[in-house]
Design a protein around this ligand. Structure first.
Ligand code: HAM
Length: 436
């Protein structure tokens, strides 16, 4: 960008402005699902000693290029990049692990002793082709545990992901595991892969022909049909693992078995981000079609050092909340309704409005959920409105009630009504609500 200000293009008034493609509004009727999962994340992750952290939505583009990898689909094709006047390149975060590592180093959080456990929730942005379960703005909850290479930490994180789904109410999911090897196994595997793909190099798509030289591992997550056929018969990473990595993988499985966690080994699970080393995993829901990964994660033992920090092994995962909500709906998991308005106050006659307005404020002060209309509508119209909202009780304040310093309380379910003195109203309603 130059120093000159660019004029903002004006849209003709006839053009309807809609939400950006792949970015959805979350309407009030959907909110119970979000609250269900967000509340669970706050409760469950804290139970395991994870502390909440929030990072900015915008970061320097270089952060993602260096961690997720220059040659990944995410960095190459899917980032929303904003050019700053000063020439800086910023990106909307496509995920949160990279920015967590950035924050971890920037605030020297590695100085704290022991394993450092964090969790986060919020929106992520990827310019993918939208479809069911794939959005351009989507929401993750995730955890990252830094500072231990012990296989028990892998097992803790994987079992926590499983427990999140179980506590959310989801029954039908599968945990899949693979081991991508350490840096040494990786070198060996890359050589084996190159030897294999060399014979078929010309049959690969143009992107993979380039990846053959720059990052052969990324060929494994190419979705093009021509490459898929070759990938199916490609050598598996499990055959290139060193003894230490093999032993680590066995230990992780033993710890999971000791916790009675079911899992399945999937040698084709490679993950589309470059920072992974060691054990990686996905939680799959079999009824979600092409976008069936509810969560994904794994070890990234070299990432912190790569950013100039101490050598600290780490692992973590993120859930895609839109997909978890799809699974909740597929399985028809009952989710508690959010506490809605309990009381609707109807004031009859302008002269009584001020008194009614004050009464409602008092009730709200007593933590009773109430609302009223300000338009001086007829009793019939107000009752219709109260019915639509689904309140339990209607309060009616007209001239007669006011003269008696009382208010009419109508039970919307049973239809009974009772005149209650205003000073007794809070106590009376609280008792009724408790009973209902
Ligand atoms: P990821 O596999 O890129 O990993 O994303 C994790 C989860 O986010 C996916 O399994 C999926 O549920 C959800 N997700 C990803 N892209 C979309 C999308 N376009 N629309 C809807 N949901 C989506 C990561 O993001 C890593 N940071 C996970 C991690 C944490 N690894 C270690 N720590």
């Amino acid at each position: 960008m130059t120093g000159k200000k660019k004029a903002v293009k004006k849209l003709p008034a006839s053009v309807k402005i809609k939400a950006v493609r792949g970015m959805s509004d979350i309407l009030p009727e959907e909110m119970k699902f979000w609250r269900h999962l967000e509340n669970l994340a706050h409760y469950l992750f804290r139970l395991y000693g994870y502390k909440e952290i929030r990072q900015p939505l915008l970061e320097e583009t270089g952060l993602f290029a260096r961690s997720i990898g220059d040659d990944t689909e995410i960095v190459k094709k899917e980032m929303y990049i904003i050019k700053e006047k000063e020439g800086e390149n910023l990106s909307l975060r496509p995920e949160a692990t990279a920015s967590l590592v950035r924050a971890f180093l920037e605030h020297s959080l590695y100085r704290e002793s022991g394993i450092k456990r964090y969790y986060y929730l919020g929106p992520m942005f990827r310019r993918e082709r939208p479809q069911a379960g794939r959005k351009r703005q989507f929401h993750q909850v995730g955890v990252e545990a830094i500072g231990s290479g012990h296989p028990a930490l892998d097992a803790e994180v994987i079992s926590l992901a499983g427990r999140f789904l179980i506590e959310a109410g989801i029954k039908n999911f599968e945990i899949q595991l693979n081991h991508l090897g350490c840096q040494d196994c990786r070198k060996k595997y890359i050589k084996v892969l190159k030897d294999y793909f060399k014979t078929f190099q010309r049959a690969l798509c143009p992107d993979c022909q380039r990846r053959f030289d720059t990052n052969p591992l990324r060929i494994l997550d190419c979705k093009k049909e021509a490459c898929q056929a070759l990938i199916k018969s490609a050598p598996k990473v499990s055959n290139s693992l060193c003894l230490r990595c093999r032993e680590h993988f066995i230990q992780v499985q033993k710890f999971l078995e000791s916790l009675e966690i079911d899992f399945r080994l999937n040698a084709r699970l490679v993950r589309g981000l470059d920072y992974y080393t060691g054990v990686v995993f996905e939680l799959i829901h079999p009824e979600l079609g092409a976008q069936n990964a509810l969560a994904a994660g794994g070890r990234y033992d070299n990432l912190i050092e790569k950013f100039g920090g101490p050598s600290l092994p780490a692992t973590g995962f993120s859930f895609g909340l839109e997909r978890v909500i799809m699974a909740l709906k597929k399985e028809e998991v009952p989710v508690a309704e959010l506490a809605e308005t309990e009381i609707f106050l109807i004031v009859l006659g302008e002269a009584n409005f001020g008194e009614g307005f004050k009464i409602l404020q008092t009730l709200r002060g007593e933590k009773l959920k109430g609302e009223m209309d300000f338009e001086n509508k007829s009793l019939k119209a107000c009752l219709r409105q109260a019915n639509k909202i689904g309140v339990k009780f209607v309060l009616i304040l007209g001239d007669e009630e006011r003269q008696k310093q009382s208010i009419m309380v109508k039970d919307m379910a049973g239809g009974e009504q009772k005149l209650v003195r205003i000073e007794k109203l809070t106590e009376f309603l609280k008792k009724l609500l408790k009973k209902s």
